[in-house]
Ligand binder design. Sequence first.
Ligand code: T68
Length: 840
Amino acid sequence: DKKTAAAAAAAEPVQIEDDRTGLSVETLKRAFADNLFYIQGKNADIATLNDYYMALAYTVRDRLLHRWLGTIKAQLKPKVKVVYYLSAEFLMGPHLGNNLINLGIYDQVRQAIQESGLNLDELIAQEEEPGLGNGGLGRLAACYLDSLAALEIPAIGYGLRYEFGIFDQEIRDGWQVEITDKWLRYGNPWEIARPEATVEVKLGGHTEAFVDGAGRYRVRWIPGRTIVGVPYDTPVLGFKNNTANTLRLWKAEAPESFDFQAFNLGDYYGAVNAKMYSENISKVLYPNDEPMQGRELRLEQQFFFVSCSLQDIIRRHLYVGGKLENLDKNAAIQLNDTHPSIGIAELMRLLVDEHNVDWDTAWQITQDTFAYTNHTLLPEALERWPLSLFGSLLPRHLEIIFEINRRFLQEVSAKFPGDTGRLARLSLIQEGPEKFVRMAHLASAGSHAINGVAALHSELLKRDVLRDFYELSPEKFSNKTNGVTPRRWIMLSNPELAFLISESIGDGWIKNLGELRELERFANDKEFQSRWRQIKLNNKTNLTEYIRKRTGLVVDPHSLFDIQVKRIHEYKRQHLNVLYIITLYNRLKQNPELEITPRTFIFGGKAAPGYFMAKLIIKLINSVAAVVNSDPDVRGRLKVVFLPDYNVTFGQRVYPAAELSEQISTAGKEASGTGNMKFSMNGALTIGTLDGANVEIREEAGEENFFLFGLTTEEVYALKARGYNPWDYYNGNPALRQVIDQLASGVFSPGEAHLFEPLVDHLIHRDEYLLLADYQSYVECQDRVGEAYRDQEHWTRMSILNSARMGKFSSDRAIREYCEDIWGAVAVDVALEEYVQATA
Ligand code: T68
């Protein structure tokens, strides 16, 4: 009858395409308006652009939640192995556009926003990017999360939720000025706080030995203070699949149980001060890239996020019924450089002290679970902590490290009897007037796998920095050449190119970048070439407009766009690029009729705030730009631009517009580079040394499609061993000499003749990075570039071939290698539950 039919209908779950899940343009429009009203509390009369952005972000977030929950459920199963990527930095870039691509709803959303009277690009541009990283290392972590999700590998990224990310850069009077990055100012719609999963972290204090009920010798850590970590989760979507992994970032807070009265009677301010002290830990990202600084707060940050994460990992493992002895069956923990390597000692402490596991078993579990990626060969970048600082902050961990070291050196002695030099070189403790804990040694001893990030880099690791570890355990070592995600770095950044590629060879390349090879058959196709060129010109025109807005400079989109964007560092040699610019300038001044390929030199990048030489290089670029750009003699032929505040968002504009990619580090110094890959994929040709991944890019692209110059790593070593004298190069090369003399005499610093003296002095007296030795080779190579550009057909062919042959540099390939060789992780299918609602 009617009544029972109605009851049956009410009990029957009905799937609804409602305003929170529906994907039709109509539904999206309704959901957008709804979120503007109910979440932002605004209507069209008073809404700002940011309100619209937020309303759209929530509309998109609603549409990924069922994937996210489905993924969490699928991954919390006994037999699933999860990759835990521990990194002090995740440079994710803006989420909105990327999530639209991964959900496959870009077009519907564009239409819905347009029909709502707005412009999608403007809303996307409104997002403040989370700049929780310095450069390559942090961005690599973000690309790897993208690929893990694309490949449906269960994974969690663990890191710090810095309140202030990398500083915003402004240029005043040619100098870098740092501005705090208040990225959370208007709220962050992509994260969800999970205060119920808070964990406690101990610091300071001392240790006590005791004998437990079973008669076992144990150690207790009596901490000086406790901090809590609150997790904030952000979904990381796979490309058009059901996987949404989690990026879990920890915020430091004072413990809830903080007892104002008992702790500090009547001292309200003291108590609040203690709270502020706790919150300091996740306050700000350290803006230094490679060189190491032994700051206590930095070690606190590292230990804090690592301890939170390991406790979380163990909790998850026990929750699915796992035994601690089998942790490595459920967990692969990757150390992104040594920044999280204190995790080796912390896992030992958690197992031995807190879970009562015996030492040998604990050490086996630890080694089987951890793996370590090295990102640098620069000795000054290797992390080491003064023993005194380390012991006062982490007294129990220092004891554990001593014990690890004692046993480790015993093993070394057994293998190399009587070799005391080797013992000293391998020790986790560096002896001397001041003693240090060597974090790369801790990471290497405590991991089952150690890798470098490009073939050359991995070889040099085995030969130099980790030579003794290699001789001890060669089986631990492998290479995992870096990669970047084609979703963000081609599809999102260069939509026109993505469209042309898909139209020509289908869209399989997005998931399988090797398919780009099929473009080779269009390399000589006139019609295809002209579309390829037109897209590049459109992207250059876009960048031209952006340059005009940001700097007021007008550049010619028909000139050769020659671009160097990356952190400013002496080893990356932005100033070598400048030496060539001045050389060109001099030629034009000396011969006003000289025909050259018109070029626009574009720079971008931040300098560490305390790195004087790097800041001086920024000033140098801007000073040379000021002279060159205002000189009517070179008008139309030479322009120099420094674009402030290089970040992920800006990178997305730059790579698609580049024609020449500058990868000119001293051979043996750049571990890999990843910008080099982004440029090439988007059709830029590379001028570069045989350094980092350049070697492999050239191998793939073909040597005839790559502008090679400079000394090789071997030649650099040999030259330095012979005794390098930059002065000889200066004296022996009139063009070089002129450039250096101009810098020294203030031609580019009117009124401040001595401004560039520190730079010049360093170059002619020491020149650690061999600019003068590589100068002539670079100049000749640049001249060949200029010549080659005149033959646009040939240039376009080379450009197409570069893109076509970059399949290897997808982060999907890199992640597959990590999964197979190091993590033993496999894809897990995520079943979506029908999102259902009973309606009466
Ligand atoms: C970079 N390293 C390498 N470090 O320089 C680059 N360091 O060659 C490589 O491609 C990239 O890592 C990815 O493997 C960095 O970016 C840092 O940013 C950094 C930050 C803090 C402390 C030390």
